[in-house]
Design a binder for this molecule. Structure first.
Ligand SMILES: *Cc1c(COP(=O)(O)O)cnc(C)c1O
Length: 370
């Protein structure tokens, strides 16, 4: 009823913004499709869940629900400083690393600034810059679904305010190795802010060729931030905690100016703190997912046209036909996957690596609908 007035009042960057594809909830799928068993394979969650220590920490934090949390997340930052070797005053904590992406854009992007990121890309790597009026340039992966380094070097030969990459990438799963990472960093404009999103860091940390981004970036005389999260290998997606390891305290200070003061709730701080201590759970989760990924890739190979190389906890694959249509058919089996909606990738689907049972259900259903 008031939509004309509302649209006249709203910022034009907001009106032009596309919607983030957050996927479907279990409840919605259960209700619409009348299915009992749901396999959640669209959000890259940990099939083993969080460390058992997290339940205990959550119960202990309950009695203090009336008290505001620590606005600085000090204990968590101190623990992350020990774990990463980055000074606590260079660490920012976000309500998910998604929030850190937003804060970076709020703090740094002026209307008209150029931001360079990957195609296909994690939606928020485009949406948050666009929210601030940025011009976002996308560098597509090559035919093998790997980083196209010559294209990156060309894109980075022009001025940019911010460069955002995910390594390994989401949704593709491809990984920049040491040499490629160094090449990309060397090609970036000297005055650009480098945002390296390592949401899937834990799945790659064991690989010999995975770049030690912190030591490479420390050689640089320009600002940078490495983003990691408790949502994926740590299994805390529901609690919303991510962190950024930054080049200097001034960068963290700028993010603090634009964030809501108590951005990490008490339960989330406590849970992340104990989850960090349980590295055995992270190792077990990664080993489980990698074994399941190998199984799933071998099965998928027989059914689809192409599977992108993945070093993360998902597989990105191409079918003959429309991905959204196939994903809809899978919903009738209670299986939620993520069809890719970016132009040029509408025949691609991303499936998260779930439990052995979920992965088997997915393959059986896919066999039926294809
Ligand atoms: C999942 C994901 C995130 C979001 O992580 P949260 O910490 O849950 O906000 C950020 N970046 C990439 C590339 C992701 O895949």
């Amino acid at each position: 009823m008031h939509s004309d007035l509302l649209h006249a009042l709203a910022r034009k960057d907001v009106l032009q913004l596309g919607a983030y594809n957050a996927g479907l909830s279990d409840e919605a799928v259960r209700k619409t499709w009348q299915v009992d068993t749901i396999s959640r394979l669209a959000s890259n969650e940990n099939p083993l869940g969080a460390s058992p220590r997290v339940q205990q920490a959550l119960q202990q934090s309950n009695p203090r629900s009336a008290i505001y949390p620590d606005a600085a997340s000090s204990e968590l930052r101190d623990a992350l400083a020990v774990a990463t070797g980055v000074a606590a005053d260079c660490i920012a904590i976000g309500n998910g690393s998604e929030e850190l992406l937003k804060l970076l854009c709020l703090a740094f992007i002026n209307s008209g600034d150029r931001v360079v990121t990957l195609l296909p890309s994690f939606g928020l790597h485009q949406l948050y810059p666009q929210l601030m009026g940025a011009q976002v340039d996308l560098v597509a992966v090559d035919e093998q679904m790997e980083y196209d380094l010559p294209a990156w070097e060309q894109a980075l030969s022009r001025p940019a305010k911010m460069v955002i990459i995910s390594n390994p990438s989401n949704p593709v799963g491809c990984m920049l190795g040491q040499a490629g990472f160094q090449r990309l960093i060397d090609a970036a404009p000297a005055d650009a802010l480098l945002v390296i999103d390592e949401a899937y860091f834990e799945y790659c940390a064991r690989l010999a060729d995975y770049p030690d981004s912190l030591s490479v970036l420390r050689q640089q005389s320009r600002p940078w931030i490495v983003l990691r999260t408790f949502s994926k290998a740590y299994g805390l997606a529901g609690l919303r905690v991510g962190y950024g390891l930054a080049s200097d305290p001034a960068l963290v200070d700028l993010l603090n100016r634009v964030r809501t003061p108590f951005n990490i709730n008490r339960a989330a701080q406590a849970a992340a703190r104990v989850a960090l201590d349980d590295q055995q759970h992270v190792r077990d989760s990664v080993a489980y997912v990698v074994a399941q990924r190998d199984w799933l890739a071998a099965e998928l190979q027989l059914l689809v046209l192409q599977i992108a190389p993945s070093q993360a906890n998902f597989l990105f694959f191409r079918i003959a036909g429309d991905g959204a249509e196939l994903a809809r058919k899978l919903l009738a089996f209670g299986i939620i996957v993520k069809p890719w909606l970016e132009p040029g990738y509408r025949d691609w689907i991303r499936v998260s690596i779930g439990s052995a049972a979920d992965n088997q259900r997915f393959i059986a259903a896919l066999r039926q609908v294809l």
